[in-house]
Write a protein that binds this ligand. Sequence first.
Ligand SMILES: NC(=O)c1ccc[n+]([C@@H]2O[C@H](COP(=O)([O-])OP(=O)(O)OC[C@H]3O[C@@H](n4cnc5c(N)ncnc54)[C@H](OP(=O)(O)O)[C@@H]3O)[C@@H](O)[C@H]2O)c1
Length: 288
Amino acid sequence: MHKHLIAVTGATGVTGQHLIPRLARRGLNLRYLARDIRKARQFLGNDVELVAADLDDRASFDRALEGVHTLYLNSGHSPALEEQQTNAIEAAVATGCARIVKLSGNIDSPAPIPEAHKALEAKIAACGLRHTFLRPNFYMTNLHYVAAGLKDGDTFTSAIPRDVKISMTDPRDVADLTATVLDEDSEHDGQGYYQTGAAVSLDEVAETFSRVLNRDIRYEMVDVDVWEDMVTKRGLPSWLIEHQVKMIGFAANGAYAYVTNATEEITGQKPRTLETFIADHALAFART
Ligand SMILES: NC(=O)c1ccc[n+]([C@@H]2O[C@H](COP(=O)([O-])OP(=O)(O)OC[C@H]3O[C@@H](n4cnc5c(N)ncnc54)[C@H](OP(=O)(O)O)[C@@H]3O)[C@@H](O)[C@H]2O)c1
């Protein structure tokens, strides 16, 4: 067994759920940290160490990180993201952790979440611990939200121009890369990995949906104010709408069209394609 103890946050989330079996296969020395132990046990089973820790409660991280070598820091979109992850970083320093691997995302857009990730990366770099930053682009799982219209129709709608490309990343590739970095230790010190799949436009997403689901699916672009109205009615909180409106603006300027070979370089495997993602999640996009 790997001698260093690795503390893993966010295991119940989009990429975290895929990380659990990958870390188990590597035989690492793991401690999972979660705010809701009962929920986390459903994902983790009973054979792994699980400790209660809430990012809103600094003292809980001071307790949970005792004896930990590496902290894997990943948590969901929140207006409090910077304060929450600062609690974990400060606890890592206070308890004598040696290394932080942080999941960020693209940090280059002046929108609230990327700005929080950028500030957090700077805090980690300044605190003197060894570190690696993982910066995947747009998760393919966002399509469950973007293409929610496919449940009761053949059209999906957004405010992103139809021909603008976005390099979408399969969360399973994020989990592959994360597991490799956590396992390989010092080879990744000081690095920031921008991870992507292939770049596709929303028209190409519609074509891929049509081919894989064997239905005639179309993408409909609407003005941003129409989109805002639509997602407000679907219950998206105003801070997240504000954030996403900014991201849509950057996407429209081609800011998320870049493609990297980080997945293949680090994991040795080609990134999963959108076709594979849709085929593997076909039921979730099926008409109800
Ligand atoms: N969506 C994208 O396209 C994309 C792209 C690149 C990077 N990212 C980044 O990926 C990260 C995860 O994003 P996501 O929104 O998809 O979330 P997610 O992976 O679904 O994960 C949320 C995780 O954070 C945990 N968490 C939330 N609040 C917590 C707290 N107070 N204390 C402890 N754990 C807490 C959740 O635990 P519970 O189960 O208890 O709720 C859950 O495990 C974000 O930082 C985001 O910026 C996202």
